[in-house]
Design a protein. Structure first.
Length: 326
């Protein structure tokens, strides 16, 4: 049988962790024939709760779960890992300014980027889920100069899946039949879900929907407000759907997206007017363990403005933390 792959998950005691770990151990991330060893990182005060989650993992008797390491030390958590899913982050507390939130997270992701740089496998793939996800991923990448920039990514897949589901319902087609959807920019309400290239069985999705007003007035704002709608309804932020998106993101990156477009936050190569290095959501196709950006798409005035707004926001976040990277 195969050698176990090592997967680090940070924030393992949190609600996304609780939805994520059981699926990884079940083989949903790396395949039903691939054993996994989990490296779980959380803050010292959360380790008792992590131990409780591990008791439940034990009680599932997952055939693919080869072992579990629990730690509050990033270097130990990232030792020889193939995959790192960085979920743990500092949430905004009452009265905290946006700049304070960026700074608090910048500290966490500087430390974790350095630890990845020192101890992860050179072929590691890193997904940042913890918010502000794009800027946290950017900081981790900049703190890991010995790893390739292409090892770092931020999660836009939840936005992508939310958009797919809403479009499928509107067009009355199965989600799996929609191809060529893109989500651009920052994982925040400014992200731009772009249906303009989407097709269903070779037909243009926009023609099937036939309602451009719905796209602008309902679809785009509803994808942006979906996270808030979940909090309103559930009293807690998205967890199972976020964990599912993390699984989709990493699984496609490792095992391929079957020729389909998926959205990932990746360091820009300078295309589409996005300065090089900015961690920006773009459509990609994954194959052979790497992603390739979909190139050559064009923008009308509306979509150009949407991309500009989300890029401006990311540039602002980058400026707010720039002094911490120097
Ligand atoms: P929880 O508050 O339930 O769990 C967070 C866990 O992270 C806690 O156990 C905490 O102790 C731990 N933690 C905090 N700082 C840490 C550090 N420095 N090292 C290791 N562990 C640390 O939050 P949860 O609902 O699980 O959400 C986690 C993060 O995901 C949040 O930042 C949230 O904003 C973000 N999200 C990102 C999404 C995306 O699409 N990119 C969607 C879902 C989610 O909102």
């Amino acid at each position: 049988s195969k050698t176990p792959m090592r997967v680090a998950v940070t924030g393992a005691a949190g609600q996304i962790g609780y939805a994520l770990l059981f699926r990884i151990a079940n083989g949903d991330l790396l395949g039903k024939d691939q054993p996994v060893h989990l490296n779980l990182l959380d803050l010292p005060q959360a380790l008792p709760a992590v131990k409780g989650v591990v008791m439940e993992l034990d009680d599932c008797a997952f055939p693919l779960l080869a072992g579990v390491t629990i730690t509050d030390q990033p270097k130990e958590a990232f030792k020889d890992v193939d995959i790192a899913i960085l979920v743990g982050a500092r949430p905004r507390s009452k009265g905290m300014e946006r700049a304070d939130l960026l700074t608090a997270n910048a500290e966490i992701f500087t430390v974790q980027g350095k630890a990845l740089n020192e101890s992860a496998k050179r072929s590691v793939k890193v997904l940042v889920v913890g918010n502000p996800a794009n800027t946290n991923a950017y900081i981790a990448m900049k703190s890991a100069p010995d790893l390739p920039a292409s090892a770092f990514s931020a999660m836009l897949r939840l936005d992508h899946n939310r958009a797919l589901s809403m479009l499928a319902a509107k067009a009355k087609v199965p989600v799996a039949e929609i191809e060529k959807l893109a989500v651009w920019g920052n994982h925040s309400p400014t992200m731009y879900p772009d249906h303009r290239y989407a097709t269903v069985g070779g037909k243009k999705l926009s023609e099937l929907i036939g309602d451009e007003a719905w796209i602008k007035d309902t679809f785009i704002p509803d994808v942006a407000k979906r996270g808030a709608a979940i909090i309103e309804a559930r009293g807690q932020s998205s967890a199972a759907s976020a964990a599912n998106a993390a699984i989709d993101h990493v699984r496609d990156w490792v095992l391929g997206s079957d020729g389909k477009w998926v959205s990932m936050g990746i360091p820009s190569d300078g295309s589409y007017g996005v300065p090089e290095g900015v961690m920006f959501g773009v459509p990609v196709i994954c194959s052979g363990g790497s992603y390739t950006r979909v190139e050559g798409l064009s923008f009308d005035a509306f979509s150009q403005e949407k991309v500009k707004v989300t890029l401006d926001e990311l540039n602002g976040e980058r400026e707010a933390i720039a002094h911490l990277l120097a």
